[in-house]
Design a protein around this ligand. Structure first.
Ligand code: KE4
Length: 449
């Protein structure tokens, strides 16, 4: 509308700038359930409007209102060499120029498979898929096919993607799998008949593991866990926990699956298994292994992997498995990491600067905060327990304080996970200045009464 200059000026002044994030979120909800393609992105746990990303570079992204953020999620882990890393972008462009997908084998798949086997020696053979969920779903089917058994064990608070068998939340404490009424799916649509084959134990509970194996060891197909848990915020294994699982699985012929979708190439070059020195029978990967493109992978002992079609009876397939453009992104990402001998030392040191800064800021404000850090991932709990080792303790954290902190940081241009039950991630692109700015902002927010 074009009124007189005076009126135009007045309209301009009173024009309420409608956030583009709000407008996009409203529009998105018309055609996408919840306006998002993955639930955690909807800010349901913290409230408010998700930020719609328009572009990202290094440790930063910009939202639809052109506001810049220091990104401490980095796509939930994959962007470990920074957003739009020029060398990764170049590799993807080059691959894309010779078409995106063939549905036929390529050398890039061999190169990535060889790199994974070199970096994780427990993996003798590996198959590519297109997500972490596909990797864990396939690994479970393979373990069941290899052992001829049905029962699987997972741990409360661990998340392995959304395959039916893994969307199971048990009642508290040890469950006898025979009494399936105590198990209840944590998602609609998962049949009770399936749930009875999944037993959920408390994370870090050695006695619970020994009890179950004593009773039902010869019926257990697999144990799957996050060797460092990043889906109930960040929880590390207590001494003896992983060792007990390894021993019990070996003794009873169960397949030990380390779900390293998040920890693979995140906590160390050899993943969590490299840090703890325990070899699982199968490993699942995702996130960093695709450099931000859709890639998952599962691999391990040749004797188990050879049960997979076309060699063996366990079927598993995928149109875009080993996609050449995605392989190029994953390969270049791992190449950049391997080219820097002190990559993880630097990443770990910087992440520790962040967690120590947050701890210091909270304690100065008289606020109880516990932080965890392994390699380039971190967790923080508004909780006065000195160490937090399982889901029940995590659940005692102060989520109101979390929400206040989350929104204060968001407003100040720092993007943390919009859920108290997620870990945070930094990249090689995060400078010491970025992290110092983050802790300075945190101090201001935590000291606001
Ligand atoms: P995807 O299917 O989301 O690629 O991977 C599933 C998965 C498997 N295993 C572990 C240990 C994982 O952390 C994940 C996925 N992690 C979540 C973040 N906690 C992805 C974020 C989301 O769901 O949007």
């Amino acid at each position: 509308f074009n009124y007189s200059p005076a009126i135009n000026k007045a309209i301009k002044e009173i024009e309420i700038t409608v956030s583009q994030n709000d407008a996009l979120f409203e529009r998105a909800q018309k055609t996408i359930p919840g306006g998002v393609n993955s639930p955690v992105r909807a800010f349901r746990q913290v409230g408010g409007t998700p930020r719609f990303v328009t572009r990202a570079q290094g440790p930063y992204f910009w939202d639809a209102d052109n506001k810049q953020y220091i990104d401490l999620i980095m796509s939930w882990g994959p962007m470990i060499v920074g957003h739009a890393n020029p060398e990764v972008v170049e590799a993807v462009k080059k691959a894309a120029e010779t078409s995106f997908s063939y549905g036929a084998p390529t050398e890039g798949e061999i190169e990535l498979a060889e790199r994974i086997c070199q970096l994780m020696p427990s993996i003798e053979q590996v198959r590519m898929v297109s997500s972490g969920t596909e990797a864990t779903m396939s690994a479970l089917r393979l373990a069941r096919g290899y052992t001829g058994r049905d029962l699987i064990i997972k741990f409360e608070g661990c998340y392995h993607g959304h395959a039916d068998s893994l969307l199971v939340k048990a009642g508290s404490g040890l469950l006898t799998f025979a009494d399936s009424t105590q198990n209840a799916p944590s998602s609609g649509g998962v049949p009770q008949d399936l749930v009875k084959h999944t037993l959920v134990l408390p994370y870090n509970d050695v006695a619970a593991i020994e009890e179950v194996f004593k009773k039902q060891g010869d019926q257990i197909a697999a144990v799957i866990l996050e060797p460092i848990a990043g889906n109930m915020n960040l929880i590390t294994p207590v001494p003896g926990f992983l060792e007990c699982l390894r021993a019990q699985c070996t003794q009873h012929g169960a397949v030990l699956i380390f779900d390293e979708v998040m920890t693979g190439f995140r906590v160390a070059l050899g993943g969590a298994q490299g840090l703890c020195g325990i070899k699982p029978d199968l490993t699942t990967l995702g996130k960093i292994v695709g450099g931000g493109m859709p890639v998952g992978a599962f691999g391990g002992k040749r004797a188990i992997m050879e049960k997979l079609a076309p060699l063996g009876p366990v079927y598993q397939a995928g149109t875009l498995s080993g996609n050449p453009v995605a392989m190029a992104a994953g390969l270049k990402t791992l190449e950049l990491i391997c080219a820097q001998p002190d990559f993880y030392k630097q990443l770990s040191d910087r992440t520790r600067v962040l967690t120590e800064g947050l701890t210091h800021a909270a304690h100065k404000a008289g606020i109880a905060l516990t932080t965890n850090q392994v390699g380039g991932m971190f967790g923080y709990f508004f909780n006065d327990e000195p160490t937090i080792t399982n889901y029940a303790e995590v659940m005692r954290s102060d989520t109101t304080r979390f929400k206040q902190f989350f929104h204060g940081m968001l407003q100040a241009g720092v993007y943390l996970a919009p859920s108290a039950f997620e870990a945070g991630f930094i990249s090689a692109a995060h400078s010491e200045e970025d992290l110092a700015n983050t802790t300075e902002i945190a101090e201001k927010i935590l000291n606001k009464k």
